[in-house]
Ligand binder design. Structure first.
Ligand code: ZN
Length: 215
């Protein structure tokens, strides 16, 4: 989520009995996150909520991350970093789009449907909790477990911010809480995507150097 560059899940070199179960876990998480991306974007448009659309970015990012993890099992660093580059760039463009439409909404917008915002925010929170429970099994080592908790905590903070914005819109009748939360979430997401792109470019350079010294 915003402020958290999701790490690709990989099963290092192990293609024993764990691999099929690992793939099934990934597919389940891809389905949950992909579905929630569609639900939040759709609800965001229906309810006129920018914050929901911004929160949907995280589900898009998570879906792409886990699809990448699934697709590149065993692939070279060069292919993985190229895929990460594409992911970071497309997520960055989506974040910029949400930021731009949020600015437009500040001039043209009406207050969003507060109850839809909070309700979908709650559903998003539940989806993130379930995803974590599925994935935790597959994280080896302290550092990885720590990164799952940090990422999930950030995702949950984003969901709670959307729920809170819904409550604030309901209480004030103003669209500002929605726009402020949307700007924060999309802004952080744009920042994360820059980090993804930078790291992918560095890895690509590294892998090209390795290829050169090998030949
Ligand atoms: Zn996330």
């Amino acid at each position: 989520m915003p402020g958290c560059v999701h790490q690709e899940l990989r099963e290092e070199g192990q293609f024993d009995g764990r691999a099929p179960a690992f793939k099934r876990a990934l597919i389940a998480v891809i389905a949950i996150n992909g579905a929630m991306f569609l639900v939040e974007v759709f609800a965001g448009y229906l309810a006129g909520s920018q914050a929901l659309k911004a929160d949907a970015l995280d589900f898009a990012g998570d879906t792409a991350t886990y699809m990448l993890s699934l697709a590149v099992i065993g692939a070279s660093l060069r292919i993985r970093s190229t895929a990460a580059l594409f992911k970071g760039a497309s997520l960055g463009l989506m974040a910029l789009f949400v930021l731009a439409t949020t600015v437009v909404s500040a001039f043209t917008g009406a207050a969003p449907e507060a109850n839809v915002m909070s309700g979908i925010g709650l559903l998003a929170l539940a989806a993130n909790v379930v995803s974590v429970l599925i994935l935790l099994r597959w994280r080896d080592g302290d550092a990885n477990i720590r990164s799952v908790w940090l990422c999930s905590r950030n995702d949950a903070i984003g969901n709670v911010a959307v729920i809170g914005a819904g409550a604030a819109v309901w209480a004030t009748g103003s669209f500002w809480p929605d726009l402020i939360v949307a700007t924060l979430l999309a802004g952080l997401f744009a920042k994360s995507s820059i980090a993804i792109v930078t790291q992918a470019l560095r890895e690509r350079r590294g892998s090209l150097n390795i290829a050169k010294t090998d030949s």
